[in-house]
Design a protein around this ligand. Structure first.
Ligand code: PLP
Length: 383
């Protein structure tokens, strides 16, 4: 293999477009300078359509987990009850964040590999009428399940007065945020997935209802949204931001605008379908059904003929291809293909063709080209 050639197809971090790399390479500027204020005013505005909100979007120099922590600790008083839907490793993370911060945390445990239903959520809301917030994972990265956030948000608002806090870390930028339309109270994401940036930034937006709760929260010093709110009035951040990443964010936003958000979302749908049809044509089992299938990551189950971790290790050595493995209870049982951010249908075809070679070399009974062909057929249907 070419020594420096790699194919990063994990569900984050994801590849960075050259344009964005160049933008991040600009000379450093002071974070209290007029140039920075101009840049930051621009990126903060350009994030709004990605989140689907007219509310401010705050930029944190911190990874996605910090944004999860900011979401709950700023809007819910310590000790209050929260309901967390746990349908995978990141729902579990959200619940851990709550437990660590002293919330009375009710976990609504869902079998890994499917989404929670409105009915299940309704029952839980009726049993826990004192819940102040419902915490949802829009896209459960560990399983490749997308949750029906619009319906779930409707259910919460219909049966309670709780806030709807949504972890959109592994999908915002690849699927609609629709925060205002769907009445989401807090929506967060991170930089390193569908947002086509390196790790290091996360973004948090709050509805007016969530803003009104800021007085009740007890956030850490660093994650206090009121400080970000105050500084955003001057188009600045309270603490030194990752200036280079914000240059990158400006370029990412321009790229999305040029492609149009509708097309970005469509491209992710096409890549999902191509990946799933390709895998099915090879006779491999998918973890999730069609309805729950994520537009950004696909999980493929082991069979008697191959071990996912052996396949990943072969593909990494042979081609420099990175696929993700299973996490926690799915460790060793699945492999995951990331298809988000700076990823095109052509990348999906390349990835499937490498997977086919890997499977064949591990002795799995497949026909070379069958997966690629099925994916090509999906692509052609959409042209
Ligand atoms: N939530 C989801 C859905 C994720 O996929 C991740 C990371 O993979 C996180 C939260 C945590 O983000 P970070 O690792 O940036 O802290």
């Amino acid at each position: 293999m070419l020594q420096d050639q790699t194919f990063l197809r994990a569900p984050g971090p994801t590849p960075i477009p050259d344009r964005v790399k160049h933008a991040m390479n600009q000379p450093m500027i002071g974070h209290r300078s007029p140039s920075f204020a101009k840049l930051f005013a621009d990126t903060s505005e350009r994030l709004k359509p990605i989140f689907g909100t007219s509310q401010p979007v705050y930029t944190l120099t911190a990874s996605g987990t910090a944004a999860l922590e900011a979401a709950v600790t700023n809007t819910v008083a310590q000790g209050e009850k929260v309901i967390v839907v746990v349908a995978g490793a990141f729902g579990d993370r959200f619940a851990n964040v709550c437990e660590h911060n002293g919330y009375n945390t009710h976990r609504l445990e869902i079998e890994w590999g499917r989404s929670v239903t409105s009915e299940e959520l309704k029952r839980t809301l009726q049993e826990h009428q004192d819940a102040k917030a419902v915490l949802l994972t829009y896209n459960e990265t560990s399983t490749g399940v997308i949750h029906p956030i619009q319906q779930l948000s409707e259910t919460v608002h219909q049966y309670s007065d709780a806030l709807v806090l949504v972890d959109g870390v592994s999908c915002i930028g690849g699927v609609p945020g629709n925060m205002d339309q769907w009445n989401l109270d807090v929506l967060v994401t991170g930089s390193q997935k569908a947002m086509m940036l390196p790790p290091g930034l996360s973004f948090v937006a709050l509805s007016k209802k969530a803003e009104a709760k800021l007085e009740e929260g007890n956030p850490s010093f660093y994650l206090n949204i009121k400080a970000y709110q105050k500084q955003l009035e001057n188009s600045m951040t309270p603490y030194t931001p990752a200036v280079s990443l914000i240059h990158g964010l400006q370029e990412v936003s321009k790229m999305m605008e040029e492609e149009t958000l509708d097309h970005v979302f469509h491209r992710h749908q096409v890549m999902k379908e191509m990946t799933r049809e390709g895998i099915k044509a090879l006779g491999l089992p998918l973890l999730t059904n069609e309805e729950d299938a994520s537009p950004t990551v696909t999980s493929v189950k082991e069979t008697e003929q191959f071990k996912p971790d052996e396949l990943r290790s072969f593909l990494s050595k042979q081609f420099g291809l990175t696929l993700a493995g299973g996490q926690k209870e799915l460790k060793g049982k699945i492999f995951r293909i990331g298809h988000m951010g700076y990823c095109s249908p052509a990348d999906v075809l390349t990835t499937l063709s490498m997977i086919e070679i890997g499977l064949q070399q591990l002795g799995v009974d497949i026909e070379l080209g069958a997966g690629v062909k099925a994916a090509q057929e999906v692509y052609v249907k959409h042209v």
